[in-house]
Design a binder for this molecule. Sequence first.
Ligand code: PAN
Ligand code: ZN
Length: 189
Amino acid sequence: MDSPKIGGIACVDWSTGSLVGPNARESVKTLGQMRGLFQNQNEFERMDLNTIIYRVQWLAPVPDGTEGGLFWGTTVIEPGRVGDEYFMTHGHFHAKRDRAEYYGCLEGKGMLIMMDTARRTWAECMEPGSLHYIPGNVAHRVANAGETQLKLTACWPSDAGHDYAAIRQEGFGARLLARNGESVLVPTR
Ligand code: PAN
Ligand code: ZN
């Protein structure tokens, strides 16, 4: 797509969520940056740590931390597994815990895994067209259970922030694992 020719802060390809324009920012997460998050450490060490697990593009029309603003982003998660566990996002609580978020699935198939502050964990199926409301005080992570890229779009408050440490230390209360060709949410303990 060329640079945006229509009004607005960027151009969105609504079929893929791809953002085009000078305001769009991008980040990439490799397997090596996700050390300790997958269950099977041995399998993790055997894999190429430069493998791209997911990419995020986002628009921040106001500075990070601004009260009352909104951010918009698209995440593309590659298909694959570490052992039985599907490629997934890091996952986080919002630093301002009560901030909510929308996720919408554009392409692919997977699960939105959510966990409240008491570590109760549950999941919603993501498939093209599914729209997900993540309430405040709920950590969120997406796992790609399909054979193709999973693409989702998101909208969250500009003062939400991201608390990754809580997930790095304790993880979620369940993991999405492949069992006999099916994806199953398995409690961690
Ligand atoms: C999303 C996520 C994005 C990547 O934009 O930041 O999907 O996941 P991690 O942040 O867990 O690496 C969002 O939830 N923003 O608040
Ligand atoms: Zn979030």
